[in-house]
Write a protein that binds this ligand. Structure first.
Ligand code: GLN
Ligand code: ZN
Length: 762
């Protein structure tokens, strides 16, 4: 009969015990033995929780000491040469050196896991010699069995996904790398089979991206080989985050189960399933509970969905599961007692999602009547929020309904604006500026803490912030920068700051999710219509301007970044939520302008990461993302200069969207990508104001004048000096004061040299 399954459970523990243990171990406060014991406790606790919730297929081996991709690399001995590793079991010191770097070797690169905010360690294959160092899934299986009597479902990253996400080889070497790794997977599978493991979950989310027919041939060959090697081991081939394009090829793979995402990519997966059917010898993993969001599911709709699926795949061959690992949601809503009860009741974190899975299974097995009470409770909780004034602000809904009535285009062309702005500001050639934040020293953080705890009055805190602003206005003056910022001392986080001041956002006390390694984030919850309440940044900006003899840029976080770094309500399209945020921010832009602030920067560092996994959905996303940005920034006068900032360099494929933002000035990262971005401007030059970061703020190193001059020279080979700005490549909040001042001093020096060189040419 139908069963419930899970794909992965949060690692961080109910109270982030995992993070605390890791950090204590790294700082030497915890010895290795106690550390491993603490981690085992957290791991077993998660397993017990899943058992208590009545989950039939409990994943094991999804737990990690840092990251599951790193685990996979290490399991296959893929340790780059620069780490001191001599083969055999990989010591913890090497494992963490790969993740975090050590004195001798720089860390491996880290990047986003598909379209999530989870970051994995990128395996480097180049000079590594693969060898099986430990059968991790097997160890995890044994532990759960011995300690808890749970016959778990070992989870591992599939070979194809693993290779596609690794670096250090040329595309034509892919086949050779498959040949090298396949025997190791075979070995792992054989050992699992010999152990009597029934199911293994093999994660191949890469199948939910745009793959070629060639890719699919390779995937087939891999799974053929594995099936031959371990014919009795049942493989659940797990996809998630999107629909699979090569549906027919995927369901023909020689595996015993296929897991599909019926939340993200539901329509397409459903269409494929109905059109092409589902093989009779396979089990369907029906990912119906959203593993990426924090809302209670509409269980009636989910039951209907299951019924629809059962028309193709009978319930006997169906596992009800989350759409992906629950690693992307917080552990439990239990401690969230500060939230409005209506909101709290409508939330479902990992544990509550497990309850939902169990409930769905029970409803199918015993009929809806058997769970009538729970279904009603769930329905009522959702409806209460749906109808609550907490969620609904008629004025916002009306405003967004008339979207076309709001300008999303500046009154004049860039050329016209440029002249007016030049007249107003009289900026020198190659104007210098920074990206917004200045060092958040321990002093700043302590002040905020005191104020939050009520030890400091509002007035005390405001006075403190003003002192910081004053100090830094004076420093900027002394350094000779051309456009100033107030320094963002009043902000902990660029999204939280605005979320706390806008209507429609809530903040959990314990809603942490892992971002990378031990770093966890607590995303704001957008639960209701978003509305502007009162000016959020005007006081600080105007104060800074009153002290300065140069223009001070107002500093806002853009609508798409606020959206992408929050948990977003699921009862309306993201696009609509983006417009609501955009219109709220527009009020702030207008308030700044009315208060005499003539340059306003609207940061969109998260624009790119919101790109859908499938290329054919990019245009649509970029369209509404650009529109949202423009809704916030288009009502200002010609003389008001709109800036934007993005901190990444993979820019090629979205350059048209960047242009379409129609910002007067954009600042973007380049120093870390070593000029890759500059190349992309070679045949595609940029015709508005642009600053390519001339130094890397992610390192404490003070860059020399010469290297920054070289950076400028390189950029000006392809970009127009008359439109070029000089700035660091991101905000300076993580840096120390001394290094910041020294670096900016050199930056101003470098600019002077460059000005002399390029003055004649303009
Ligand atoms: N204005 C922000 C800052 O300087 C921008 C941060 C970012 O790009 N992530 O901190
Ligand atoms: Zn940045």
């Amino acid at each position: 009969m139908i069963k419930s399954g899970n794909l992965g459970y949060p690692r961080i523990g109910k109270n982030r015990e995992w993070k605390k243990a890791l950090e204590a171990f790294w700082s030497g406060k915890l010895d290795e033995k106690s550390f491993l014991e603490q981690l085992a406790e957290i791991r077993l606790d998660g397993l017990k929780r899943q058992r208590e919730k009545g989950i039939d297929r409990i994943p094991v081996g999804d737990f990690t000491l840092y990251d599951h991709m790193l685990d996979t690399a290490v399991m296959f001995g893929l340790v780059p040469k620069r780490f001191d590793y001599k083969g055999g079991a990989v010591p913890l010191s090497v494992y963490y050196a790969m993740a975090r770097g050590d004195r001798e070797a720089t860390a491996c690169e880290m990047t986003k896991w598909f379209n999530t905010n989870y970051h994995y360690i990128v395996p480097e294959l180049a000079d590594a010699a693969p060898a099986l160092t430990e059968n991790r899934p097997l160890s995890a299986y044994r532990e759960a069995k011995e300690k808890l009597g749970i016959a778990g479902k070992p989870v591992m990253v599939g070979l194809y996904t693993f290779l596609k996400l690794s670096k250090g080889y040329e595309p034509e070497q892919l086949g050779a790398w498959i040949d090298r790794l396949l025997p190791l997977y075979v070995q792992v599978f054989k050992e699992l089979e010999a152990e009597g493991v029934e199911w293994v979950q093999v994660d191949e989310p890469i199948l939910a991206t745009s793959l070629t027919a060639e890719d699919m041939k390779r995937v087939s060959a891999v799974y053929e080989a594995l099936a031959q090697a371990a014919p009795r081991l049942k493989v659940m081939l797990q996809t998630y985050f999107e629909a699979v394009d090569h549906y027919e090829a995927v369901i023909s793979l020689p595996v015993r189960g296929i897991g599909l995402d019926f939340v993200h990519g539901s329509e397409q997966n459903l269409r494929s399933l109905t059109a092409f059917g589902f093989p009779e010898d396979k089990v369907l993993g029906a990912g119906v509970i959203d593993g990426r969001n924090i809302w209670r599911a509409d269980l009636d709709a989910k039951l209907e969905l299951l019924a629809q699926l059962s028309a193709v795949v009978p319930y006997e061959r169906m596992i009800v599961q989350p759409s992906c690992s629950l690693l992307h949601v917080p552990v439990t809503t239990e401690p969230e007692n500060k939230l409005d009860p209506v909101l709290k009741a409508a939330l479902a974190f990992a544990d509550e999602k497990l309850d939902e899975l169990a409930l769905l299974v029970k409803a199918v097995k015993e009929g809806k009547a058997a769970v009538a009470e729970e279904l009603t409770a769930s329905r009522e909780a959702r409806e209460a929020l749906q109808q609550s004034p907490l969620r609904n602000r008629p004025s916002v809904q009306e405003t967004v309904a008339r979207l076309d009535a709001h300008p999303s285009r500046r009154a004049s062309s860039f050329e016209t604006r440029r002249k007016v702005q030049q007249q107003r500001w009289q900026l020198p050639l190659l104007p210098t500026t920074t990206i917004g934040s200045f060092p958040q020293t321990p002093e700043v953080r302590q002040a905020r803490l005191k104020w939050r705890k009520g030890e400091w009055s509002n007035e005390q805190y405001e006075t403190f912030i003003r002192e910081q602003i004053k100090t830094w206005i004076e420093l900027q003056e002394e350094l000779g920068l051309d456009v100033f910022v107030h320094g963002e001392f009043e902000r902990t986080d660029m999204v939280e700051f605005f979320g706390e001041k806008l209507d429609g956002f809530a903040f959990t006390s314990n809603g942490w999710v892992q971002s990378y390694g031990s770093r966890c984030v607590k995303p704001p919850v957008i639960y209701g219509d978003v509305a502007f309440v009162k000016p959020m940044t005007v006081a600080e900006t105007v104060y800074a301007q009153s002290l300065a003899n140069k223009p001070v840029k107002g500093m806002l976080t853009g609508p798409i970044t606020i959206l992408n770094w929050s948990f977003v309500r699921d009862d309306m399209p993201r696009e609509q939520v983006a417009y609501q945020i955009a219109l709220a921010l527009r009020s702030e832009v207008e308030a700044l302008e009315a208060a005499g602030i003539g340059m306003i920067q609207v940061d969109e560092p998260a624009l790119r990461e919101g790109l859908p996994l499938k290329r054919d959905k990019w245009a649509d996303y970029l369209d509404w993302a650009v529109r949202a940005f423009r809704l916030s920034t288009s009502t200002v006068k010609d003389e008001t200069q709109i800036h934007t900032h993005m901190c990444y360099s993979e820019f090629h494929d979205i350059i048209d969207a960047i242009r379409a933002l129609d910002a007067d000035v954009i600042s973007i990262e380049t120093s870390r990508s070593h000029g890759e971005l500059i190349e992309s401007f070679e045949n595609n030059t940029y015709d508005k104001g642009i600053g390519l970061g001339v130094y890397d703020i992610h390192s404490p190193r003070v860059p020399s004048v010469e290297e920054m001059v070289a950076m400028i020279d390189r950029a000006l080979r392809v970009l127009d000096p008359a439109l070029f700005w000089i700035n660091p490549d991101c905000g300076l909040k993580t840096r120390k004061q001394e290094e910041t001042v020294a670096s900016l001093r050199n930056m101003v020096e470098a600019t002077k040299i460059a000005r002399e060189k390029y003055a004649v040419k303009c």
